[in-house]
Design a binder for this molecule. Structure first.
Ligand code: AMP
Length: 402
């Protein structure tokens, strides 16, 4: 069975095509700059050279058409016919309280995703464009949706409610939802397998540290708390996002700088975090280079970033009254040995016996970065959200009556 995984953004579509029986990626790629006459398709078929094409692609239906065309292209393709794609799985950022797990797309499901546009105005409408574009190009092919929020729906009320008037929750669903759930779930399961211990008995702190970053407290395989909130702005300091700050700063800055709410929101989402403090970049690679060159602002940005992450790990160890393992994943978590060192070396009080040698070795592999006998283990587990989406889609299809 072949499953196409789609992550549709407002002006981009990322895709991966899986052969499920052999658990391999047949092809992956993306279309960027949708809406422009210089849109670009970047296609990476397995065992064939990459293929790039600039083209006018004005909306998502054409973007998906181009993806399907290249997947069956005689030279660059990997399939002989589109009918060899059995199902499509979509990443959807916000499932609100309605979706606690992945589901097959029905009219009801689409209605509910639309109802959630308010909670994720930048993401959910784009995902719906992706779903409609697949429907238009591949009528009758089953589609599934996998939500970033679903894994965190197990959080107890004491973790997901904000201490504000309850009417805001009742009327407007103001609460913590959390994001990156697909990744937190995947790395928790992989961590248990790596440790050779049952997930049901483990207390894990999973750190998904990429462009966006969040931590989760995962107890017995269930998310019991997570750092992102009603939106992906709360929690850790990120590439361009502030993470936690005193909410009173918002009206104060609006008054002092004569800013609109939209301008403050853009400042906190797009012009804060590593970028704002370093004045150099939102990319951890460039920050680390500047730190090594002795740049004071980069050093401060790096210290703030790792300090805030360490505080969350301490908080979640307290939330679960202990922790068995801390897991690092995503672009920064998987690749930045200096970040892991800065975080783990400050956690010796918890029982983390950091292994600097192991930390520096090997990329893209699951590994332990604590010494043998360390009371609390630290692991690096590469995440694979697309594979989870493909697997969930596959499982949902298997559950369908013939
Ligand atoms: P993600 O959102 O998971 O795709 O992560 C993207 C981020 O990972 C980039 O913005 C970089 O900051 C970071 N990254 C990728 N490779 C490295 C590396 N070798 N060292 C440090 N950070 C990295």
């Amino acid at each position: 069975m072949n499953i196409l995984v789609i992550n549709a953004g407002s002006s981009s579509v990322k895709y991966q095509l899986y052969d499920m029986e052999n658990a391999i990626v047949l092809a992956k790629g993306r279309v960027e700059r949708i809406g422009m006459d210089t849109a670009i398709l970047m296609h990476e078929p397995a065992n064939k050279p990459e293929f790039h094409k600039v083209d006018e692609i004005l909306e998502h239906t054409t973007a998906i058409r181009r993806v399907l065309d290249v997947l069956v292209h005689p030279e660059h393709g990997v399939l002989s016919a589109i009918s060899q794609i059995d199902a499509v799985g979509h990443r959807v950022v916000h499932g609100g309280e309605s979706f606690k797990s992945s589901v097959l797309v029905t009219d009801e499901v689409k209605k509910e995703i639309r109802r959630l546009f308010d909670l994720a105005p930048l993401h959910n409408p784009a995902h719906m464009l992706g779903i409609s574009a697949v429907e238009a190009n591949m009528p009758g092919v089953p589609q599934a949706v996998v939500f970033d929020t679903a894994f965190h729906q197990t959080m107890p009320a004491k973790a997901y409610l904000y201490p504000v008037p309850m009417a805001l929750y009742r009327k407007h669903k103001v609460r913590r939802y959390g994001f990156h759930g697909t990744s937190h779930k995947y790395v928790s399961e992989r961590a248990a397998a790596f440790l050779g211990r049952p997930l049901e008995r483990l207390k894990l702190i999973t750190c998904h540290i990429g462009n966006g970053a969040s931590c989760a407290a995962v107890w017995g395989g269930q998310s019991v708390d997570t750092s992102m909130g009603m939106t992906p702005l709360e929690g850790l300091m990120m590439g361009t996002r502030s993470g936690d700050l005193d909410p009173a700063i918002v009206p104060y800055v609006m008054g002092k700088e004569d800013l609109t709410i939209g301008e403050v929101s853009s400042m906190l989402n797009k012009h804060s975090g590593l970028q704002a403090i370093s004045g150099i970049s939102s990319d951890m690679r460039e920050i680390v280079e500047a730190v090594e060159a002795g740049d004071k602002n980069a050093i401060l940005a790096f210290e703030m970033y790792t300090y805030r992450l360490r505080k969350y790990i301490g908080a979640y160890a307290a939330a679960m009254n202990g922790v068995d393992a801390i897991v690092f994943t995503a672009g920064v978590g998987e690749n930045s040995a200096p970040l892991r060192k800065a975080v783990c070396e400050g956690l010796s009080f918890l029982g983390v016996d950091f292994d600097e040698g192991a930390n520096g070795l090997g990329r893209g592999i699951e590994k332990r970065i604590t010494k043998l006998g360390s009371k609390v283990e630290a692991l690096v587990i590469p995440t694979n959200e697309e594979w989870v989406i493909a697997q969930d889609t596959y499982s949902l299809l298997q559950e369908q009556p013939d």
